[in-house]
Design a protein around this ligand. Structure first.
Ligand code: NAD
Length: 352
């Protein structure tokens, strides 16, 4: 076995259908008495029912969370937390809402209690991002790692099937890249392979019956594992491309990850054979790039960047941005093959 460094992050996880009912006890454990509950405008009702359940332990709802954490919203939410005298943030939502909690924690050190409702995995990472003037700045800081996470699959029953599928593929992308990360190790690989397997089995069942709690629970378990590996091992070409496509071309987060993944895995196929064997075992299909593409098709997730707002004329600029400042990757990141990858993703070609 090769030498490695394993950097485990502290995490307290309360998992299970109905686990949201344990929120008051979890706040008690943190010593928090004045929780500010965060959400997007679309999930305001969920946030308000959490506030009602918390009674005197909650100071209100801040419901303006938005994709990629715009700085103005981060500052407005920080002000609200200060003015209300909050001593903790409870985030009820996907990566955008968890991200807003992280922006508050970064400057205030308020602890976060995360209640994730998608499969994005942000609740397991010390990574934050704030967008200013169209550019997203990301960083790592231990202060933004949630102090406790409540995974309640009942809260994911309302996640629309199409978004569930795209969000699940986003999670699978974290695990695929962790398997060939320069910071990978056997523990991360165990969790990554199991995360891919759990999601690949659960997602088709969710599409068949979105209200069935069993696959919803399995998918959330898979998303948890994929979030852990995202927080533990540095990401590679796939995440770089998605950051470029999301940050500079404003493409939607989960769908972009889903579409690019088979092509990024194809790019790294020969350079990361052990990772590929694990992906193939987890998906019970080979070779890995085609197997991922076929899963996207089976889940009716978009497969063409052209269909989610990318312009063909922008592909060259995207390839340049990705090749200029690449993340460490098993195969050298170069402009010409990255442009080819993006053209394939633009057209939705099945990787050979
Ligand atoms: P999101 O949080 O933007 O949610 C998408 C939409 O779905 C929102 O309108 C939301 O209110 C709604 N929604 C969420 N859960 C729902 C549910 N159960 N029922 C009904 N509606 C629901 O999307 P996301 O993909 O979870 O997060 C994307 C953001 O998270 C991006 O900004 C991304 O960069 C960030 N992210 C960060 C990390 C990290 O480690 N920092 C990791 C993953 C994602």
């Amino acid at each position: 076995m090769r030498s490695f460094v394993y950097n485990g992050l502290p995490a307290r996880v309360v998992f299970g259908a109905g686990a949201l009912a344990k929120l008051p006890q979890e706040l008690e454990r943190l010593g928090a008495k004045r929780a500010l509950v965060l959400s997007t405008p679309e999930q305001k009702d969920s946030a308000e029912s959490v506030v009602s359940a918390l009674g005197a332990r909650a100071v209100g709802v801040y419901d303006k969370a938005a994709m990629h954490v715009p700085l103005e919203i981060a500052e407005d939410a920080r002000r609200a937390a200060r003015e209300l005298g909050a001593d903790c943030c409870v985030t009820v939502g996907g990566g955008s809402t968890t991200g807003l909690g992280k922006a508050i924690a970064l400057t205030s050190t308020l602890p976060i209690l995360a209640v994730p409702t998608t499969y994005a995995g942000s609740e397991m990472t010390p990574i934050y991002g704030i967008t200013e003037g169209g550019a997203k700045k990301t960083g790592r800081d231990a202060r933004v790692l949630p102090r406790a996470v409540i995974y309640d699959p009942e809260l994911t029953l309302s996640l629309p099937p199409a978004l569930s599928a795209a969000s699940g593929m986003n999670a699978i992308a974290h695990a695929a890249e962790a398997l060939y990360s320069h910071e990978g190790n056997p523990i991360v690989s165990l969790m990554a392979e199991e995360g891919i397997r759990a999601l690949a089995v659960a997602l088709p069942d969710i599409l068949k019956d979105p209200q069935n709690l069993d696959p919803r629970s399995d998918a959330l378990y898979g998303a948890w594992l994929c979030g852990i590996v995202l927080g533990s091992a540095g990401m590679a070409l796939h995440h770089k491309l998605c950051h470029v496509l999301g940050g500079s071309f404003n493409l939607p987060h989960a769908e972009t990850h889903a579409i690019v993944l088979p092509h990024a895995v194809r790019y790294n196929y020969d350079a990361a054979p052990e990772a590929m064997r694990r992906i193939e075992r987890a998906l019970d299909s080979a070779p890995a790039p085609g197997a991922i593409y076929d899963l996207l098709r089976a889940l009716s997730v978009p497969t063409r960047l052209a269909d989610i707002g990318m312009k063909e004329a922008d592909l060259e600029r995207a390839a340049r941005l990705a090749a200029e400042a690449p993340y460490p990757n098993p195969r050298k990141v170069e402009y010409a093959p990255v442009l080819e990858l993006l053209r394939d993703a633009y057209r939705g070609r099945r990787p050979s």
